[in-house]
Design a binder for this molecule. Structure first.
Ligand code: NAD
Length: 360
């Protein structure tokens, strides 16, 4: 079916992708059809998008971005006006234990999508070529680590990835850039800081700490807990991506961040305080007593900070949530959605955690 108003999303059943899809359909003037291509790895959860069941604008396709024939077929069938590429292996700890999947999905998979997009782009009329966008969703981890006195990452900061995850994302960014400069494919790259919010898989810091604290389990802090991250509420990331898609300049990179630098220890302490307030009768309160220091991650970056002034001044995007309001919303969401948490923390996930983290 040919529909000039459709967009193709990859990895739309993951944390940021599913928030993006829900946010997309929540926009009042959004008439666009959306096709979500997701392999449903351990990190993909179609239950996140249950509310879209029966929505005629939404199509879910289970498949791999490395499947060149499938990707070509989706472009040909749906004739999207854009592709928003989230699909990735995204967990740094997993990339240390098993980097192969990261190279396969993050590098080879992006290459497969770029080739398919290039072939499809060549079939479009000049008017439709003018509108087409390949939006590559990437991370600030490609820039490496900052010393306390360093200025925040800006779009011209040299790449210096330190983990297999960051290296694979850096490689994918370079491919996307090359497909713009070499083949004229209208690509845009966004490099975003750490996201948090609903549907975040509980292997990542914030949801891990909330779910452990609720069960009275230890709250494991890597090293001295002084690693600094720059946090952004996930729906603010989604609005940034919609803005870049609508008004960003092709061939450009935009850094996305909320200006919320916090050490991991500060984040965990604040989460504990919010839980103490919302669950005063918990047998585990005060929750900060559950904090335990564990051996640091190898190659652990010390500090990330994002300079998002280009996106703010050029495209007039601004984050809506403060760290305080976003964190409270997030804790409330996890308290109200315990069946979601029980579901994703069972079976294969438990086994993986036990194998890799033992009693942590
Ligand atoms: P996630 O791990 O929660 O979700 C990834 C999704 O991709 C899952 O639904 C998974 O099933 C799917 N997927 C994995 N391999 C696939 C394949 N080969 N084919 C098709 N689908 C596949 O990740 P996330 O945190 O939502 O991150 C999404 C994107 O945003 C990633 O590219 C990541 O690098 C980037 N990013 C994440 C953050 C963050 O804080 N989480 C920050 C900046 C950028």
């Amino acid at each position: 079916m040919i529909d000039p108003e459709s967009i193709l999303v990859t990895g739309g059943a993951g944390f940021i992708g599913s928030n993006f899809v829900l946010d997309w359909f929540a926009q009042p003037a959004q008439a666009t059809r959306l096709i979500n291509l997701d392999k449903l790895t351990y990190a993909g959860n179609p239950a996140n998008l249950e509310s879209l069941r029966g929505n005629p604008g939404y199509t879910f396709v289970q498949g791999d971005i490395n499947d060149a024939a499938l990707v070509a077929k989706l472009f040909a069938e749906h004739q999207p006006k854009a592709i928003v590429h989230f699909a990735a292996e995204s967990h740094v700890d997993r990339s240390i234990v098993g980097p192969e999947a990261f190279l396969k999905t993050n590098i080879d998979g992006t290459f497969t999508l770029l080739q398919a997009a290039k072939n499809y782009y060549a079939t479009l009329t000049p008017e439709r070529q003018e509108d087409f966008r390949f939006l590559h969703v990437s991370t600030d981890e490609v820039y490496g680590t900052l010393a306390p006195e360093d200025p925040a990452f800006h779009e011209k900061t040299p790449y210096a990835p330190n983990s297999p995850y960051a290296a694979s994302k850096a490689a994918s960014d370079h491919l996307v850039r090359a497909w713009f400069h070499t083949y004229g494919l209208p690509t845009i790259i966004t490099n975003c800081s750490n996201n948090y919010g609903p549907y975040h898989f509980p292997e990542k810091l914030i949801p891990l700490m909330i779910t452990h604290a609720l069960e009275g389990k230890p709250l494991p802090i890597y090293g001295d807990g002084q690693q600094i991250r720059d946090w952004l509420y996930v729906r603010d990331h989604c609005s940034a991506l919609r803005t870049v898609l609508a008004t960003g300049r092709v061939g450009e990179t935009y850094n996305v961040g909320g200006g919320n630098q916090r050490s991991n220890l500060q984040v965990v302490n604040r989460l504990c305080e919010i839980l103490d307030e919302l669950r005063p009768d918990s047998p585990h309160a005060p929750h900060a007593q559950l904090i335990r220091y564990v051996t640091d991650r190898p190659g652990h970056d010390r500090r990330y900070a994002i300079d998002a002034r280009k996106l703010e001044s050029e495209l007039n995007w601004h984050a809506q949530e403060s760290f305080e309001t976003g964190l409270r919303k997030t804790v409330e969401w996890y308290l109200a959605n315990s069946p979601w948490v029980d579901n994703v923390t069972s079976g294969a996930y438990q086994n993986w955690m036990a194998q890799n983290y033992g009693s942590r």
